[in-house]
Every structure is written in structure tokens, then in C-alpha cells.
Design a protein around this ligand. Structure first.
Ligand code: PMP
Length: 422
């Protein structure tokens, strides 16, 4: 019997090797303890997406109104009346489900329209795209289908977990985050040894909010005859003059070999996609197991067609988001908090120690601000942080309430750059 006397995320790692049902039993004790002790704010229940939402712990019935800093619904399109109306119309026109996997009968007009629309959004020929059930699946399924034991993936260490899952059957070389000299070394070392070499990066990194050094990475990739895949899940719809993402920001819209994106963030829905050359999209439609054996987008995805139009028709959402991010960053910097090198609406407040970060999340919650506590394995062990992400619909009052809460947490826990010792 393990008793969790002092809450620590480390306790989780000390659960011994046992039959998985026994392990799960101990794990349940652990999560119960962390929840009741207030150290854990994962899987809180909320009433939906918005700048201010009702949040409750699964252990407490009373919800609490909180400023939300947890959502990737950056433009708040989940609540946009025209997006909702289009989603409802999709259901009215087609029903509620896809009915089968796309290869064998579950490929409907709205799927085709969606793929064509995504291709056009990136200025590519019609047949360049494929839609998956989630962004996670788009990454893992695509890589599993494209790369085998004679190929090699050269990845920035900070890429998303879904990329790693796609690399289970291929060779991997990893380079430290954004270290282009180490990328070059990997490109040199791998020359003539593999059939395909695919460099894989994110556009915006999901925990630090910084950008890939994409221009340099693209140039190196081409210099050494490799291909480039960019997962721009957090950039598309948000970054770039026309909201086409980090890839647009670096002027590489027509050059990146494989673009991966999600429909669950700026577009306010669920789903993922790949944009590449038409022959790659076609290959995936037949060779990717998740297209053959699993269904994709539901008819409510028709709402996405509207969300994509709104990126062009209503750019003010994007501008408001950028303004909010600037305001919030400045406020946190004025408090001397460590926000790393973010260039996006993802703004980390770096604390270091996991226990202290959990306490900070709890104090924020007490002050009516819901923000995520990110610890290992989400980030490396000594790099725990509060992750905040902003929305276009946050008002100055919301942001000031959140900044006041951070000031309060800093007074209590001394998390500022100059005072923290972890
Ligand atoms: N890529 C990145 C960089 C992400 O942060 C995420 C989601 N957190 C995904 C892909 C997966 O997206 P989805 O939620 O659509 O599965």
C-alpha cells in the first residue's frame, strides 16, 4: 500500500511495476489525493469554450466562474453564430454521422468540399488535401503511412507527441529545439543512407509559444536534399498576414512539402488535415490505415467551411487576439515573470519546480483564473510552468483579473524571474 502523504507528481513515477489493474488502482488513489489536496487541475469540468467560463473540479459540485486561459479556441469560433449555424445546417443536410470510413462509403460531399477548401486556403491545387478525425491522427497516421524502416525522420525535439507516435516504425534523429547547426549535422550524417529523409518541425511550439526557425530550416533541408513537414496546428488561422500560419509568416506557403493542421483550434471544431502534393494526398487516402479502417469528420464539420471563410471575412478577430496577447505579455513582464521566448498567443509563465507550479495553478483558481499546470512529461522535469493561451474575445477586464491573480501568486510563491531558485 502506498500512501500519498505529501502531494507530489513524483509519487506517480514511484508506482511499482504491477498487474495493470493493480497499478490503475494505485493510480486512482494518487489522482484522488492530488485532486482533493488541490494539487491537480487536470480534467476539470467546464461549461464550454469562452473567455470566462464555469469550472468545477470533479470532486466539487459548485462551479466557479473563471477567466479561461486554457483554450486553443483562439478566435472563439466555437461560439460564432455563423459557424454554429453552418454546423447545424450540416447536420440538417447530412444527418449526424459519417457512417463508415472514407475508403468504403463514408466519404460524403462535405468531406470533398472540406478538402477542396483546405487546399484552396493554402493556395494549392484541389486534390492536395486529406481530412482526418483529429490533428493528432493526421500526424501519426500520415507518418506511419509514409515512413518505414528504410526512411529517416529528423525531428526537432519539441515536436508534438502525435509526431513521435507516427515514427514508431522508422529511423529517428532528433535535434535540440531550433538548433539549426545540429539539424545540419543530422542532415549531413544521414545523407545517402535512407530512401526518404523528412525533417519535421512545428510552426508554433505548443508549450513555449515560440516559432520554428523555419526559413533557416527550410534552406538547410533543401540544401541537403530532404523534405520538410510542418505541423502548424497553433499557427494556422492565427499567425501570418492572412492567417495562413507560421508558414505564411516565413513566406513558405508554396514550398513546405507537407503541412499538417488541426481543425480544433482556430477553426473551432474537431479534425485534422494534411496538405501536400496531390500524389501524397492520394497515397494517404488509400494507404493510411486511419482512412481505411476509421471514419472521419462528421456533418457538423460543414461549419468549418464557414470558419475558413471568416478567417478572410472577419480578420478583426485575429487582430484582437494579437492585441490581447501583447497586452497580457506586457503585464506579465511588468510583474517580472519569465515568459520565455513566446511570439504567439500561447504564453507560458515558467516556474521550474512541479510542486510550486501546481500550487500556483491552485492559487490562480482560487482567484478565479483557470490556467493549465504543465509538468513532466509535457515539458522536461525542471521546466514546469503555467501555460496560458489567449482568445480574441478576452476583454481588458478578463486580462486584468488574470494579471492581478498572477501578481497575487507571485507575492505568495515568489515565482518571478529574480526570486525563484528552481
Ligand atoms: N499538433 C500540435 C502542435 C498540437 O498542439 C496539437 C494539440 N494539442 C495537435 C497537433 C493535435 O491536435 P488535435 O487536438 O486536433 O488532435
Amino acid at each position: 500500500n502506498i500512501t500519498f502523504s505529501k502531494a507530489s507528481f513524483k509519487d506517480f513515477e514511484s508506482i511499482p511495476d504491477l498487474d495493470v489493474f493493480q497499478r490503475a488502482g494505485i493510480f486512482k488513489d494518487f489522482t484522488d489525493f492530488m485532486h482533493t489536496d488541490g494539487q491537480m487541475n487536470f480534467r476539470f469540468v467546464t461549461n464550454g469554450c469562452g473567455p470566462s467560463i464555469e469550472v468545477r473540479s470533479p470532486y466539487h459540485d459548485a462551479p466557479k466562474e473563471c477567466v479561461s486561459l486554457v483554450s486553443n479556441d483562439y478566435l472563439n469560433f466555437t461560439q460564432h453564430p455563423e459557424v454554429k449555424a453552418a454546423a447545424i445546417k450540416g447536420i440538417a443536410d447530412y444527418g449526424t454521422g459519417a457512417g463508415a470510413s472514407p475508403l468504403i462509403g463514408g466519404y460524403h460531399t462535405y468531406h470533398l468540399e472540406l478538402e477542396n477548401k483546405i487546399s484552396a486556403f493554402f493556395g494549392r491545387p484541389k486534390e492536395s488535401s486529406i481530412v482526418y478525425t483529429t490533428g493528432y491522427t493526421a500526424n501519426s497516421a500520415t507518418l506511419l503511412a509514409l515512413l518505414g524502416e528504410k526512411d529517416c525522420a529528423i525531428v526537432d525535439m519539441a515536436v508534438h507527441a502525435s509526431i513521435y507516435e507516427g515514427l514508431l516504425h522508422t529511423n529517428i534523429k532528433r535535434f535540440p529545439h531550433n538548433h539549426t547547426d545540429r539539424l545540419e549535422r543530422a542532415l549531413k550524417e544521414s545523407q545517402s543512407r535512407y530512401l526518404t529523409r523528412l525533417v519535421i518541425i512545428d510552426g508554433v511550439y505548443s508549450q513555449d509559444g515560440d516559432f520554428a526557425r523555419m526559413d533557416e530550416i527550410y534552406a538547410l533541408t533543401k540544401q541537403y536534399g530532404a523534405y520538410l513537414m510542418v505541423d502548424d496546428a497553433h499557427g494556422i488561422g492565427v499567425i501570418g498576414k492572412n492567417g495562413r500560419g507560421c508558414i505564411e509568416h516565413f513566406g513558405l506557403l508554396d514550398k513546405v512539402d507537407i503541412i499538417s493542421g488541426t481543425l480544433s483550434k482556430a477553426f473551432g471544431h474537431i479534425g485534422g488535415f494534411i496538405v501536400s502534393r496531390p500524389e501524397i494526398a492520394n497515397y494517404l487516402k488509400f494507404q493510411s490505415r486511419q482512412q481505411v479502417f476509421s471514419s472521419t469528420a462528421t456533418p457538423a464539420s460543414a461549419g468549418l467551411l464557414k470558419a475558413m471563410d471568416l478567417i478572410d471575412e472577419e480578420p478583426h478577430w485575429r487582430y484582437a487576439l494579437a492585441k490581447n496577447a501583447d497586452y497580457f505579455k506586457k503585464g506579465l513582464l511588468d510583474l517580472k515573470l519569465d515568459i520565455g521566448s513566446t511570439e504567439s498567443p500561447i504564453i507560458p509563465v515558467k516556474i521550474g519546480d512541479a510542486h510550486k507550479t501546481a500550487m500556483a495553478a491552485r492559487l490562480l483558481f482560487d482567484a478565479g483564473v483557470y490556467a493549465n499546470c504543465i509538468v513532466y512529461p509535457g515539458v522536461s522535469r525542471k521546466d514546469a510552468r503555467i501555460r496560458t493561451s489567449l482568445m480574441a474575445t478576452h476583454t481588458r477586464e478578463h486580462l486584468d483579473k488574470a494579471l492581478n491573480a498572477f501578481e497575487y501568486v507571485n507575492q505568495k510563491l515568489k515565482i518571478s524571474k529574480y526570486e525563484r531558485h528552481t
